[in-house]
Write a protein of this length. Structure first.
Length: 650
């Protein structure tokens, strides 16, 4: 018997009860189960029954501060029960002084087995055996109705317990008790590994494609688009659209009488290409907590495609809550820099899941990311993602790489390099809340600034002195050095990561931001300047000079000349301060970068002390230009020689 046949049998012929452990077993599986049975409950007018005692247990677990995983699962189960009850699909029955859940189910099944067929959904092996043993009570065997136990398997599907357990009707023995405790222990300690599916299934892989699908965006003539209080058709039967949640350019999001919400498209956007893309997404059964993938196609009562169901997102839109300072301080008043870095990591790991599935988001947009906490975010509008040969048809200027600016997004497939630019931009706008990397004083329009890669934030001695006014230069000053370096080399033309094929990928950013988060968490970043822990510092960062004194960073001296290293081709920026210093000391403008100047070209043995010493490229060029021989003594012996000569002259 497959899952669909089992569900049909249960809701047609049995009274259905649910236990605490199944409600808390797997949040995604619970949502999928409630969705699958909504139509059957309506069809047979047979609501799920949850005892009051089970609800009390869930409320107790939801307040468990020692086990956050258990607490989150209990909260999710409580919310799911509330939604099902409001939709008329579930009843809460019993009294507050009922016995505890395990004993309660045995009492209920003993009492009502003479009147109804009963089924219990539970993960508890011992309780399952006890319930099934009620079937062999010899004194009333001829009068009792059917009793069945079901459970969720590791893939989140409902299965018949008896069909998967040997000797289900036998009394429990010590070994079975050990298995019971082992199963519970495994359940309580299970964690989703990496960002695989909720059931730890392997990543789904879509095909890598290089050309856009030949399917046209031909509009489908749909007779009617449903709205509030209308009925729609899904594979499990008829469900109802409830109140409107939000509206966008493509359609409207509605609550439903299931655990999912429905996105209903406007007539003019329902096309052949869109329908086939949704079918492709549905065929892979993608599951990742916090990413609202389509889970079911929705049809009007004329069986015409009008949208899809998806998990309900939680949190508030990033664009409106994090990228405007008063809103950020209002919504997350206690946040520090560490929280923002943690949020960046949470987002990066979800993007990694998508990239590992060969999905490119395309339209990385803070309006499509909802934030509940630094560790809980939700991605919406996933139907726009680029999958196989279906392009992402939309985009935002600030998140569009220079090489694809001014292109029509529906006509080409984005590359991973294009996406990596958008990822870097999002990270930059999290670190400098809401400020795009190419925003500057006296610059051109945003598109031109991006195409020209005119990045205005200083790094080392490099700056164009167009950093925006306000707190941005202070925030930039306090970022971790490696993060600033990565941003600078990504957004500045000609730098290491500025090219489409060389940009840092999600894995590299994750490694970098883990280091940043840990440096903030253990206080390393705050040793020199505690203000580095703040979201909005009010001055430049303080640092230790070569004498160990703490000084405050100041504005960088302007660049007056730019050349390229004759040896490696690295860019050399000559600042006003450097130029004046070299001019004062009679030095020539360097033709080699700092790295090449310090490369060792020769190792010698000192003729005075016998110790080895290195001759760098810079030293070699210096002595050669002056017409001197390459030194035969180490720097220490040379210094001693100069000291003796000065002393003799004195």
């Amino acid at each position: 018997m497959n899952e669909n046949q089992l569900l049909e049998l249960m809701f047609r012929d049995f009274k259905v009860f649910m236990d605490t452990c199944s409600l808390m077993n797997n949040a995604q599986a619970l949502d999928q189960f409630f969705f699958k049975v909504a139509g059957l409950i309506t069809k047979y007018n047979n609501k799920i029954i949850v005892p009051v005692r089970v609800v009390q247990e869930l409320q107790k677990h939801s307040k468990d501060n020692k086990d956050k995983d258990k607490s989150q699962k209990a909260i999710h189960a409580i919310n799911a029960i509330r939604m099902m009850k409001q939709g008329g699909l579930l009843d809460i029955r019993g009294e507050e002084n009922d016995p505890f859940a395990d004993n309660l189910f045995q009492t209920i099944f003993t009492k009502f087995r003479l009147e109804h067929n009963l089924v219990l959904i539970t993960q508890d092996v011992g309780l399952s055996r006890d319930i099934l043993n009620l079937r062999i009570a010899h004194s009333v065997t001829r009068n009792i109705h059917k009793i069945m136990v079901a459970k969720f398997d590791k893939n989140g599907r409902l299965i018949n317990f008896q069909n998967n357990q040997q000797g289900a009707a036998n009394p429990p023995n010590p070994k079975s008790q050990q298995r019971k405790f082992a199963e519970k222990n495994e359940h309580n300690n299970s964690k989703s590994k990496g960002y695989q599916g909720m059931n730890n299934e392997p990543f789904v892989k879509f095909r890598n494609c290089t050309s856009v699908t030949k399917l046209k965006d031909t509009r489908i003539n749909v007779k009617s688009v449903p709205g509030e209080n209308d009925s729609v058709r899904v594979s499990g039967g008829i469900i109802r659209l409830l109140k409107k949640i939000s509206s966008g350019g493509e359609g409207t999001i509605y609550e439903t009488n299931t655990q999912f919400v429905a996105k209903i498209y406007r007539k003019e956007v329902i096309t052949v290409r869109k329908i086939e893309k949704i079918k492709l997404l549905l065929s892979k059964k993608l599951v990742c907590k916090g990413i609202c993938f389509p889970v079911e196609a929705v049809y009007n009562l004329q069986n015409e495609f009008v949208g899809y169901l998806m998990p309900r997102a939680q949190g508030k839109e990033m664009q409106k809550t994090l990228f405007i300072k008063p809103c950020l301080l209002k919504n997350f008043p206690n946040w520090k820099k560490e929280d923002m870095v943690e949020l960046a990591l949470t987002i990066l790991k979800k993007i990694k899941f998508l990239h590992d599935c060969n999905i490119i988001m395309g339209d990385i947009n803070p309006a499509n990311i909802l934030v509940k906490s630094s560790k809980e975010v939700w991605f919406v509008d996933t139907d726009s993602y680029q999958v196989e040969d279906f392009p992402c048809p939309v985009g935002t200027i600030n998140y569009t790489a220079p090489e694809i600016q001014k292109k029509h997004f529906s006509d080409f497939l984005r590359t991973r390099g294009n996406e990596n630019f958008a990822v870097a931009t999002l990270l930059f706008m999290l670190m400098l809340p809401g400020k795009p990397p190419y925003s500057q004083q006296g610059g051109e329009d945003p598109i031109s600034n991006i195409i020209n890669m005119n990045f205005s934030y200083p790094f080392g001695e490099s700056t164009n002195h167009k950093t925006p006014d306000g707190p941005w230069r202070y925030i930039w000053s306090h970022l971790m050095f490696k993060v600033k370096e990565a941003f600078y080399k990504t957004f500045s033309k000609g730098e290491t990561y500025a090219n489409e094929n060389n940009r840092l990928n999600v894995d590299a950013w994750i490694d970098l931001f883990i280091t940043y988060r840990d440096s903030l968490h253990n206080g390393v970043m705050q040793v020199t300047d505690p203000m580095s822990a703040e979201l909005y510092p009010t001055r430049f960062k303080r640092y230790k000079d070569k004498n160990g004194n703490i000084v405050q960073q100041k504005n960088i001296s302007p660049v007056v000349s730019r050349s390229y290293c004759l040896k490696c081709g690295e860019k050399i920026d000559i600042t006003e301060r450097m130029y004046e210093e070299w001019k004062k000391n009679g030095k020539a403008i360097p033709t080699l970068c700092f790295r090449c100047l310090n490369n060792v070209v020769e190792t010698r043995s000192c003729v005075s002390c016998g110790k080895s010493f290195n001759i760098t490229h810079g030293e070699y060029e210096y002595f050669k230009d002056l017409g001197f021989e390459i030194p035969k003594r180490c720097p220490i012996c040379r210094k001693r020689s100069v000291s003796r000569t000065a002393s003799f002259r004195h």
